[in-house]
Design a protein around this ligand. Sequence first.
Ligand SMILES: Cc1cc2nc3c(=O)[nH]c(=O)nc-3n(C[C@H](O)[C@H](O)[C@H](O)COP(=O)(O)OP(=O)(O)OC[C@H]3O[C@@H](n4cnc5c(N)ncnc54)[C@H](O)[C@@H]3O)c2cc1C
Length: 543
Amino acid sequence: MHGGSLSAIRCRLRRNKNAIFELNNRMPRQIQITVAPHEAALPEVLQQKIAAATATAATALRYRIIRRSVDARKRGHVKILLSIETYAPGEPLPLQAAEFRFRNVADAPPVVIVGAGPAGLFAALRLIELGKKPIIIERGKETDRRKRDIALLCRGEGLHPDSNYCFGEGGAGAFSDGKLYTRANKRGDALRILQLLHHHGADDSILIDARPHIGSDRLPAIIQEIRQTIVRCGGEYRFEQKMNGLILANGQVQGITTETGEKFCGTATILATGHSASDVFELFFREGYLLEAKPFAAGVRIEHPQALINDLLYRRDPHRAFLPPAAYALTTQVRQRGVYSFCMCPGGIIVPSATSPDGQVVNGMSASARRSAFANAGIVVEIRPEDTAPFHRCGALAGLRFRQEMERLAAIAGGGLQHAPAQRTTDFVAAKPSTCLPACSYLPGVAASPLHQWLPNHLAQRLQDAFRLFDKKMKGFLTAESLIAGVESRSSSPVRIPRDSRTMQHPQLKGLYPCGEGSGHAGGITSSAMDGIRAAEAIADTP
Ligand SMILES: Cc1cc2nc3c(=O)[nH]c(=O)nc-3n(C[C@H](O)[C@H](O)[C@H](O)COP(=O)(O)OP(=O)(O)OC[C@H]3O[C@@H](n4cnc5c(N)ncnc54)[C@H](O)[C@@H]3O)c2cc1C
């Protein structure tokens, strides 16, 4: 046993006490506090709270919020959790922004990147840091021109197959909701993605909020800023160029061909075409390049009045006026399949996300202020290979064919022009047609349709059960005031393009780096962007 005289022990204790005192007084100092929503929203009140917590005079207090999250677990008593750094008078505040070393790569070895979505763009930024020149090939248009096609689509004036909510500069991320939260933290540096977005114009809040959100009104300008960086450094973009083949020599991919007959070659080729690009999967299948079917998810989008969701989650919270529109996440199991809410958009709208005129797809987004009167979320069921049995003759494309069939049926049920088939949620659960529909945010328009009849049986029945179970978890969720619209079929890829886990190259096609959501190895903006960065680093590591 460690011993010593009583006076030696006292002396050690005194030393420890001093050490603790010094630690507490070292600047910057970090504290965690829990405050009521109105306290977090009013800077003077927050200042007083922090001053009290740190025993500092409010007038001398200098602080920075470094993390903010909403704890809504106890309904009616929402709390805001804050991590705060305080600084001594005169002590410089640390720089919020990260610094990046983008090099001039105009004369560097070229790398072809197919697809200007999050995976492709973040791969390009990383290649520039690593001294390689990205040449980005994109089937769609620049964001400004793409916006016009999306406006026409929302007015019901038709869908442009290469310029829509999924295709064009920024990919599916450009007019997405811009929620940046990811669970895939182990697969890369999520903070780096946030810092890069911040560097290109995103609000400071994305570096602080536990659930960062940009909003579809702000994303296009950030994507244009990313283009400025890439072009300024000597990278190149080629818009309205759709890849239709790979150029191969000795089993090594040299580059790609496009529909206009052009060829683009580089020392490596990154395939970041997203999972809406069915034609890329078809190309692989046709040419006999390795592909795998993978589990995915499909279902419908549900929409409620936002005020109702606020009532269900915030109840009589006395500080409701200071809270953001309420968000939910629901999950359950129905007969060995997960059913869960996906991409919940508080204060958002439902948008048409098909990529071909004979298919109908819905998704959701919200502007940065989240001020729409509606709350929507995908409610999707896990689909495993055994659920796609009617399409098994299509091999690795069975899931893709299942998805295409659902989208085709939805287009027929909607009556064309991207009208979405919809049903009152209570009618869907009771398996009866809706005679009229509640108000809905979906702009091309909705058409009443018995989704319970034409959705695949195993999917419809699981959704019906899940809605009943969700209503137990969140009383009032299953209500005649809500509707479901179809189909939510693009939440994840039904196909995986295999790759070596270390080199990230396709096992058959050396020099080809499949990445992002279309590779089946990532999903969502942040994880696809991280995957793009990994592909760029794998290229730089290849001798
Ligand atoms: C409305 C909506 C809202 C969303 N909201 C969120 C959200 O809030 N948070 C989140 O994490 N995720 C969200 N997502 C999903 C997210 O956008 C995707 O996960 C992400 O964009 C995938 O990135 P990616 O780069 O892998 O592929 P994509 O973004 O799909 O980009 C692929 C790019 O490749 C191009 N391309 C395809 N084929 C070819 C070809 N043959 N030749 C040349 N170019 C080609 C496409 O035009 C596209 O630009 C949303 C999606 C939509 C549609």
